[in-house]
Design a protein around this ligand. Structure first.
Ligand code: ADE
Length: 239
């Protein structure tokens, strides 16, 4: 998979992706990541990328043309259809389903805004989809794009070791993850639950499922409306 990021701060994206699982996915060529700086496509001595908003008000708005040229350069840098995504607090909420959807695409362009945002005409003409990573306002789309890159990179085949398997991740089955423990068994902060030491894999799986269900009910009950629950799950929740 190839991800192109349109950003005034290309180093920020590169640094965010250089470590851990994303770094490894890049090294293994499971993912390629390229940044395009709209300033390189701006005109004039000042290479202006923004201007004041029509209608007045605070802040600046990113100009159509430098962004449009940068997106065009990214489109032309490789073959194949491209999904252009604008990272913005006005977008639909990014979640694990969306991460899985994007991870299945060959090419994605992530457009990062700065200042008050991007001229709406550019959004209408070039953008397929707007995504938000949550209901708060960041100073730019770069950290949001880095979140998408990370979530999508770890879903590429071969990105995770067996020990890191995505199958047990939170949200993989629509529920929050269960708690995890490692050595020592006894610690002044508490003891590892007996069931995890029992070697009884069926009991362990049942305990983990129950913990996931309880956590989800306590912390994010709305997720249970969408999660595919079995009769056994409902019994566990009732107990
Ligand atoms: N840009 C600024 N805030 C954002 C957010 N919450 N999600 C995505 N992009 C953003």
């Amino acid at each position: 998979m190839r991800i192109d990021v349109i950003t005034l701060f290309p180093d920020l994206i590169a640094q965010c992706a250089a470590f851990g699982v994303t770094g490894r996915a890049l090294e293994r060529s499971l993912l390629s990541l390229h940044a395009w700086n709209p300033r390189d496509y701006a005109e004039g001595n000042y290479r202006r990328v923004d201007d004041r908003p029509f209608g007045g008000g605070p802040g600046m708005v990113m100009l159509v043309d430098p962004l449009r040229r940068a997106i065009q350069a990214a489109r032309e840098a490789a073959e194949g259809p491209v999904r252009v995504i604008y990272m913005s607090p006005q977008g639909r909420r990014f979640d694990q389903d969306k991460a899985r959807e994007l991870a299945g695409l060959e090419r994605v362009v992530l457009l990062c805004g700065r200042y008050e945002g991007v001229d709406e005409r550019l959004v209408q003409a070039e953008v397929d989809e707007e995504l938000s990573i949550g209901d708060y306002v960041l100073s730019g789309g770069e950290l949001a794009a880095a979140v998408v890159v990370d979530a999508v990179a770890r879903l590429q085949d071969g990105a995770l070791n067996d020990a890191e398997s995505a199958e047990q991740d939170s949200f993989q089955d629509g529920l929050l993850d269960c708690p995890h423990y490692t050595r020592p068994v006894e610690h002044e902060l508490g003891k590892v639950p007996d069931v995890l030491l029992s070697g009884n894999h069926a009991e362990i799986a049942k305990w983990r499922r129950e913990q996931s269900l309880r956590r989800t009910l306590e912390r994010r009950p709305e997720l249970l409306d969408e999660a595919p629950l079995t009769k056994a799950d409902l019994k566990l929740l009732d107990a």
